[in-house]
Design a binder for this molecule. Structure first.
Ligand code: IMP
Length: 211
């Protein structure tokens, strides 16, 4: 079965491939992204992320791909995800607007730090959230949520990762996500938690298909 990740982002494919490998490479599953689809499908894939929740946006992304692929005869399943940062003191903002909270990563981080200025660590609670959606060729869809709790540091630390990683402090590790190695972050991340559940589901699904 072809499992197509509704993203052009090679980093997300790599992350998912490594979780697949870790979970024992499901037999008969082949992972790819829209980058490997024919050009006309690639160009036509343009989901509008105007939902009001991570779930709705993940659904929109997976449904847009389903509509482009449903005429194909192949056995396939599509996966999409939407992620973001929720800060309790900001009424769970930036949430679905995480990538639009400023012009670039430094701009988004400085806006966040400015909005939290003067707050003590206990009032800086935050979490990263991912909702992953999987849709089969008949349009059946399931969703899995992954979360990781932390707090917003008072200043950026670390060089790794992307987005809000330099200010996302993970208490049990005693460091920000940007101070972790890729492997370290990948094992505790919100995306890992959501994909882990999704892969377990695909596993059960493949067993059912064989019956
Ligand atoms: P996406 O849905 O994965 O594209 O993420 C949306 C936005 O949320 C990104 O542009 C980042 O600003 C933020 N974000 C999501 N996941 C992470 C993460 O693991 N680290 C840092 N920022 C993240």
């Amino acid at each position: 079965m072809n499992v197509i990740l509704a993203t052009g982002n090679p980093g997300k494919l790599k992350e998912m491939e490594s979780i697949f490998r870790e979970k024992g490479n499901l037999p008969g599953f082949h992972l790819s992204t829209i980058a490997s689809l024919p050009e006309e499908i690639r160009n036509a894939y343009n989901p509008v992320e105007d939902g009001i929740s991570f779930l709705e946006n993940a659904h929109k992304k997976v449904l847009a791909l389903y509509r482009l692929l449903k005429e194909e005869n192949n056995n396939f399943c599509m996966i999409a995800e939407d992620s973001g940062l929720e800060v309790e003191a900001l009424n769970y903002a930036p949430g679905i607007y995480s990538s639009r909270y400023g012009e670039d990563d430094p701009g988004r981080i400085s806006r966040l730090l400015g909005e939290l200025e003067g707050l003590e660590p206990k009032d800086r609670k935050a979490r990263f959230v991912t909702v992953a959606a999987a849709m089969d060729k008949d349009g059946n869809v399931v969703y899995f949520t992954g979360k990781v709790e932390g707090r917003i540091a008072t200043e950026p630390a670390g060089e790794n990762g992307f987005g809000y990683d330099p200010v996302f402090f993970h208490e049990p590790s005693g460091k920000t996500f940007a101070e972790m190695t890729k492997d370290e972050k990948n094992h505790i991340s919100h995306r890992y938690a959501a994909f882990e559940k999704l892969i377990l589901y695909l596993n059960r699904w493949s067993v059912r298909l064989k019956k």
